[in-house]
Design a protein around this ligand. Structure first.
Ligand SMILES: [Mn+2]
Length: 319
């Protein structure tokens, strides 16, 4: 197998132009030919406290280069698997963002996700605040119903407040209204947030399964994965504030008591084995609060490993 070293360049991770995992840049969204397409959604006007997630796509892209060594895949000795050796990833760049205009910015994000779906690739959208999940889910209109796995500190189930329906406290509520969303599992939810008691009651009434970090840990990652409806396609939305601020400080609304790396990684591995994954977003990385870059590195590492799990499962199961 070629490792690329014979091409005349070593191409170490700190060299070159920065795309996600230094994958090819595909600015023409009408000719996507890949297994995975990365889309940046640098919109943070939906935040209710510290802004800064607009720089999330840049931060995560830059951190992702750490995982771009040209070793023809990533060998994991614990799993005895070489991940991502044949997965074609392209980076579409960012959706155009119109400052102060949530509707148009969200529409531009939805256009990108639609283009990815039409090309038959897996959409992976890097936010941006969690409101960017709304156009991501909108772009699945007409799709077979799917379940949402949300990994987050906050329930994000506010219906409307002061006329705001599309901020970063609303996305799971908006998703629950879509006929193509069959239900959701919301994991990592803890502490105070913009969602009040009635939001939890509404979520449960619509069939949500809500687990805190402590409840998820008590069950273990495999048992949590088994709570998702077997056979359902799954869309995964990861808010980086699901993680403990001690490992992920670079986010607008940190919440102590969060997950550590393997809590989430093992959950994702079990879910990827059991379900077809139809889309992913990872949101709320705000590099300005991330002095060591550990938050962006965590985000990139989670995404790369998740993609590895998904395409390894596809290879194994021929789906
Ligand atoms: Mn969130």
């Amino acid at each position: 197998m070629s490792h690329g070293y014979d091409a005349g360049r070593l191409n170490l991770p700190f060299t070159g132009i920065c795309t996600f995992a230094r994958s090819p840049y595909q600015p023409d969204w009408s000719t996507i030919d890949a297994d995975v397409a990365i889309l940046g959604a640098p919109f943070d006007a939906g935040t209710q406290w510290r802004a800064g997630a607009r720089f999330g796509p840049r931060g995560v892209r830059e951190a992702s280069t750490l995982f771009s060594f040209g070793h023809a895949g990533a060998y994991d000795h614990e799993d005895d698997v070489t991940y991502l050796f044949n997965t074609r990833i392209v980076d579409l760049g960012d959706a155009d963002i119109i400052h102060t205009d949530t509707a148009q910015s969200h529409a531009n994000i939805a256009s990108g996700v639609r283009a990815i779906r039409e090309a038959g690739a897996l959409p992976v959208v890097i936010g941006g605040d969690h409101s960017i999940n709304i156009p991501c889910i909108d772009a699945f209109e007409g799709a077979d119903p799917f379940h949402i796995l949300q990994i987050d500190a906050h329930l994000d189930f506010v219906d409307e407040r002061h006329g705001v329906r599309n901020g970063h406290g609303n996305p799971m509520r908006r998703a629950s209204e879509k006929p193509w969303v069959s239900g959701m599992t919301q994991v990592g939810i803890r502490n105070v947030s913009s969602t009040a008691r009635e939001g939890y009651e509404d979520a449960r009434a619509r069939g949500s399964d809500i687990l805190s970090v402590r409840q998820a840990r008590a069950l273990g990652p495999e048992a949590v994965a088994h709570r998702l409806p077997l056979g359902a396609p799954v869309y995964i939305t990861i808010d980086i504030d699901a993680f403990c601020p001690s490992i992920a400080p670079g986010t607008g609304t940190p919440s102590h008591g969060g997950f550590l790396y393997y809590d989430v990684l093992e959950l994702l591995q079990h879910v990827a084995r059991r379900h077809k994954i139809v889309g992913i977003d990872l949101v709320e990385v705000a590099p300005d609060y991330d002095p060591t870059g550990s938050t962006s590195i965590l985000a990139a590492q989670v995404l790369m490993n998740l993609l590895g799990f998904i395409f390894h499962a596809k290879d194994q199961q021929g789906r």
